[in-house]
Design a protein around this ligand. Structure first.
Ligand code: AMP
Ligand code: MN
Ligand code: MN
Length: 327
């Protein structure tokens, strides 16, 4: 795949979008609110421009985001469609198959470590969410926001900022949200879809994850294993919800959520001050400076914890002992 060293401008990408007749939009594997929100908003923008546009993704879309979808997701990019990708930091995390014959024609993202793997690239590390970049394209193309489109953008911005609480929040993000509300978004309705359509099983796995949390000085790590899924009836992804609760503990600089997946353990890292993107890259993963992830193969969550502590040892104070070390 051709890799560029410079970004395209908003104007260049807007002009490129106008040339498309048939496009399929996908996003990263393990999709989150910004992944789906930005991809759906881009599908709707292309339709407003008169193109045939569909959403595609090989993995099932999480329940709490399905209400946003413009079509039943195709599991592949149709051969006669151009492939566009949102919120995806690396080519190997793209949600459908792609190759030289079916290249990524647009890579739209806000991860600062994105290597510009698309034919066209619009990557802005200063954007709070990829959905914010899609909103800029609506503006550039003079396409007015309708409620559905505004909701998709709102979901991206709201979820990637942790409900407007994280360090990526900016005046621009809030100004955009004001426009989204004017276009008809009702935050309480969106909150209902996202935060009030869960299950008791999800609640129990979050509880299990929190109960498993152990502190090592400035680090707090929770692990979730297959036994926890069996006991609660929940899935791996459901347990990730707990990560924001882990961040509530005073004096903790890095939180990690390590969950068993087929073939190994998936890690989510969060911090207020430490470059956890760099830590994730040490394990072949990536992400943002303060929110990152990776998968470590053939390791149980407990083994993954040891491995992670080995790396964090040089980065933060791990205290004297487990689960009681004071920072
Ligand atoms: P997560 O913990 O899965 O919510 O991911 C946090 C951030 O890190 C997101 O921006 C992801 O796109 C990114 N990320 C997670 N896992 C990986 C990975 N294996 N490789 C690269 N980036 C990742
Ligand atoms: Mn994402
Ligand atoms: Mn994002």
């Amino acid at each position: 795949m051709r890799t560029r060293t410079t970004n395209n401008t908003t104007d260049e990408v807007a002009r490129f979008l106008k040339t498309l007749d048939r496009a399929a939009v996908t996003t990263h594997t393990g999709a989150d609110g910004d992944a789906i929100g930005s991809a759906v908003a881009l599908v709707l923008l292309l339709r407003a421009l008169g193109a045939e546009a569909v959403f595609c993704h090989r993995e099932p879309v999480p329940n709490y985001l399905r209400w946003l979808l413009p079509n039943d997701p195709l599991t592949q990019c149709p051969p006669d469609h151009d492939l566009l990708v949102t919120d995806t930091s690396r080519a190997d995390r793209v949600g459908v198959d792609h190759d030289e014959d079916h290249p990524v024609r647009l890579n739209l993202d806000h991860h600062e470590d994105n290597p510009l793997y698309g034919e066209h690239n619009i990557v802005d590390g200063g954007a709070a969410a990829s959905a914010q970049i899609v909103a800029k394209l609506y503006d550039e193309l003079g396409v007015p926001l309708e409620k559905r489109q505004a909701e998709a953008i709102y979901v991206g911005v709201c979820t990637d900022t942790g409900g407007f609480r994280f360090r990526n929040v900016s005046p621009e993000a809030h100004e955009l949200v004001a426009d989204l509300l004017r276009a008809g978004v009702v935050p309480a309705e969106v909150d209902h879809h996202i935060n009030r359509t869960g299950t008791v099983e999800q609640l129990k796995i979050v509880g299990a994850s929190l109960a498993n949390a152990e502190r090592y000085g400035e680090v707090l790590i929770s692990t979730v294993s297959d036994a926890d899924y069996e006991r609660t009836g929940a899935t791996e992804l459901d347990s990730k919800e707990s990560i924001d609760r882990l961040r509530t503990v005073a004096g903790v600089e890095v939180v990690a959520h390590l969950r068993e997946v087929e073939g190994g353990t998936k890690a989510s890292l969060r911090s207020e001050s430490v470059d956890v993107g760099e830590v994730a890259r040490r394990f072949g993963g990536g992400g943002h400076r303060l929110a990152a992830g990776y998968t470590t193969l053939e390791k149980t969550p407990e083994e993954a914890k040891e491995e992670l502590l080995g790396i964090l040892e040089g980065v933060v104070d791990l205290g004297a002992s487990a689960d009681g070390g004071t920072p």
